[in-house]
Design a protein around this ligand. Sequence first.
Ligand code: ACO
Length: 323
Amino acid sequence: MHRSVVRGVGGYLPEKCITNEDLAHTVDTTDAWIVERTGMKQRHVLAEHQNTSDMAAEAAKIALHNAGISPSEIDLIVVATVTPDHPFPATAARVQAKLCANKAFAFDVNAVCSGFIYALSVADQYIKTGMAKRALVIGADAMSKIIDWTDRATAVLFGDGAGALVLEGVPATHGDNDRGIQSTHLFSDGNHYDLLYVDTVSASENQAGHVRMQGREIFKFAIKLIGEAVEVVLQNNNITVDDIDWFVPHQANLRIIEGISTHFKIPMEKMVVTVDRHSNTSAATIPLALWEAQLDGRIQKNHRVVLEAMGGGLTWASALIKW
Ligand code: ACO
């Protein structure tokens, strides 16, 4: 059995940045409302000519560079996204071509905001069994392309971005030095699909649909389901909150993150928060937060890092990584 060890992290945020004040010129909202209800102050939005695969490839290049691994050594590319460049081929295949990662097999995973943990879990299964030695796991979303910019209830919540992890399989030791992904936990319940979905896709008119969300209901589910996912990851690894160095939550709303912090008595200093600057980048929030926290020296070798997320589907998920 192998462990999937994180060798490198990367991220990409488009240059263009839209502040709350900018949005207040186009929809009936205020900076004060957005900050109070969500903690968000700005979001990045990609340029007209850019697509999800462009952001994903940029994040992947940085992760590969940091890992000291060349694209030709990658066996598997998994991209978590709900905003693929095209219905097919997979965005992962577009990324493969952009990187010249010719040896890899590549496919996408759609689990909305839980997508990155789902993709991580999929890659982990291949690595554990030895079917892949090195994998690129990417979360990338261009939410600006599926936002109804006239709907103030959703237009203020999302941003664009991509984050990537390079994983490498090493023999598991089951001792104190046993680094890598310790466990992943995935859940879904399709009964509540109508709380958060994209309304239509008209391929013939080359038009994507728009995000529709019952925000208050999603908020209630988020607190409950993320709580369950965190409980499961702690129990499964026989650890308590005190054993965790960093919590890296999906960044949907600062109030949800604070709710989890209060419920589990996790100090906010242990929570990696980017929602104020990135807003909700869907599948990209977690790898972007990992990238930031490793870059600034917070996450270090051997640290225990818990990931958690909840999103459309409904889907929810958690994971423990010994960095
Ligand atoms: N600016 C000003 N007022 C607004 C805005 C806005 N941008 N949006 C809504 N309002 C108004 C509403 O019309 C309503 O007005 P009313 O009282 O006159 O009817 C009032 O503000 C309150 O609206 P609520 O929707 O009840 O506000 P709430 O406190 O629930 O906050 C929010 C809304 C921020 C969306 C919150 O419910 C939330 O964060 N939900 C969870 C979102 C989430 O977690 N998504 C994660 C999954 S994302 C994914 O999977 C892709």
